[in-house]
Design a protein around this ligand. Structure first.
Ligand code: GDP
Ligand code: IMO
Ligand code: MG
Length: 424
């Protein structure tokens, strides 16, 4: 089986938990887009693991691949490997030689661009992601393979610094000494990573040919896609299913199962439209119940009710086979739950609302909640399976299935790894 796990909302849907759940000890796991702007959490008996570059199933799988579509901060990579490898010492790690390198200079540009945008800032993670993709597409990017030669890195840094003069003005990255220092620092990461670096697409072709169990993990969420998302309040990579081809070399035709992950409500970090956003006390209540603080930046996440028009759009765009719903336990904090079932009928594409081109008042239905689940109730559901899920929760899930015309196959009712249930 070759599966793809991706988010259908604004990121942080709980993809990491689902990737970990469906990954086995023999799986080959692949990340193909983004960088440390992603933050995927897995909670096991041993603690909380936050993945930014490595796929979330790394704790127990055989091989992980960081594809060419990623932008990689070498320092962050080395530090994440140091944390994860002791948990899974046999793990084989492969990093694409063609992936682009995020440098401190790109982080400085990210900050400077946000300052220049002023009131229309995007609210990026300031991890240098956008500027690194800009570098890639302007064909001046530093690639992982360049790290082996300090002179290549230094030459590229000079060009980048020259071309981006106005963005770097007032930062230290205009001095020759600082660029020397940065080049040396980047090249010094090579000995730690060189054994992982390869043309990963060749390895992946072979994995497909030999029928390996494979799981591809998308970063971010569909509504943050650079083309289809709520531009300009998006990330700088494609987050839709098709990105696996350009980001790893593996054709989407080779994927048997596309799992669209949704949170049982909606959250968003950073700026941009959010039609079902809650404000005030209700928002605070949902944020606290769901511990909605960014995995990467710690920022409080904006929260709101489930938005079916956007999920239907995202599931069609990604051609998902099934849905997975996470954080169902969280909605137990409310007596009544709302779902945005539709927008105004005159709106043909819900993205027009998200882009601010058309206005609408979301149309809601309300449903009874299942109440806060006790630990013992969650334990009972985990032991006995979907049949023990409270009827109100089954109704909520059934309503989503009907409205989206997609089956729900996996649900999550708690933080820890075990609280994930397969719906028969
Ligand atoms: P990702 O970026 O899509 O992988 O999601 P994040 O890890 O950024 O955010 C999801 C957060 O929700 C993490 O803190 C998870 O531990 C947590 N989480 C995932 N599933 C559940 C669930 O079913 N219930 C609760 N309460 N927390 C969950
Ligand atoms: P995961 O994989 C939530 C958001 C940022 C910001 C915008 C652009 O954990 O779901 P960037 O630094 O990418 O240029 O920021 O995109 N963003 C995410 N929000 N989850 C993510 O990833 C995100 N990746 C980017 O908050 O609004
Ligand atoms: Mg996240």
């Amino acid at each position: 089986m070759r599966s793809l796990v991706l988010g259908l909302q604004f990121g942080d849907e709980g993809k990491g938990k689902i990737t970990d759940f469906i990954s086995g000890k023999d799986s080959v796991l692949v990340r193909y887009n983004g960088g440390t702007n992603a933050g995927h959490t897995v909670v096991t008996g041993k603690g909380t693991f936050k993945f930014h570059l490595l796929p979330a199933g790394s704790l127990r799988s055989k091989t992980i691949v960081l594809g060419n579509g990623m932008v990689i901060d070498p320092e962050a990579l080395i530090s994440e490997i140091k944390t994860i490898l002791p948990e899974n010492p046999e793990l084989r790690i492969l990093v694409s030689s063609a992936a682009n390198v995020v440098t401190k200079l790109h982080k400085a540009i990210d900050k400077s661009q946000e300052e220049m945008r002023g009131a229309s800032k995007i609210g990026t993670t300031s991890h240098g992601i956008g500027p690194t993709y800009e570098e890639k597409y302007s064909r001046n990017g530093i690639r992982i393979e360049d790290l082996k030669d300090v002179n290549i890195v230094r030459k590229k840094l000079s060009l980048i610094s020259k071309m981006r003069e106005s963005e770097l003005r007032g930062t230290e990255y205009q001095s020759e000494e600082k660029l020397d220092e940065l080049a040396n620092e980047l090249a010094s990461s090579w000995p730690s990573i060189k054994n992982f670096v390869t043309r990963t697409e060749s390895f992946l072709f072979e994995s497909v040919r030999s029928g390996e169990e494979m799981v591809f993990e998308g970063g971010h969420g569909t509504l943050l896609d650079i083309d289809f998302g709520s531009y300009p309040y998006v990330t700088s990579s494609n987050t839709v299913s098709g990105a696996i081809h350009t980001g790893s070399g593996v054709s989407l035709r080779k994927i048997n199962r596309i799992i669209g992950v949704i949170k049982s409500y909606t959250s968003r970090v950073g700026e941009g439209p959010f039609p079902t956003e809650l404000k005030g006390q209700e928002a605070d209540k949902l944020r606290e119940a769901g511990s909605e603080y960014g995995t990467t930046t710690g920022r409080p996440r904006r929260v709101g009710w489930l938005d079916i028009p956007l999920i239907k759009y995202a599931s069609e765009l990604n051609d998902v086979d099934e849905l997975s719903i996470t954080k169902l336990d969280v909605l137990g904090a409310f007596k009544e739950i709302s779902i945005c079932k539709s927008y105004d009928h005159s709106i043909t594409n819900p993205m027009n609302v998200l882009l601010g081109f058309e206005k609408t008042v979301p149309e809601y239905i309300t449903m009874d909640s299942w109440g806060i689940l006790k630990e013992s109730e969650i334990q009972h559901i985990v032991e006995t399976g979907y049949k023990s899920v409270p009827q109100e929760m089954k109704d909520y899930i059934g309503t989503i299935e009907k409205m989206c015309n997609k089956p729900v196959k996996i649900i999550s009712i708690g933080k820890i790894r075990e609280s994930t249930i397969i719906k028969e």
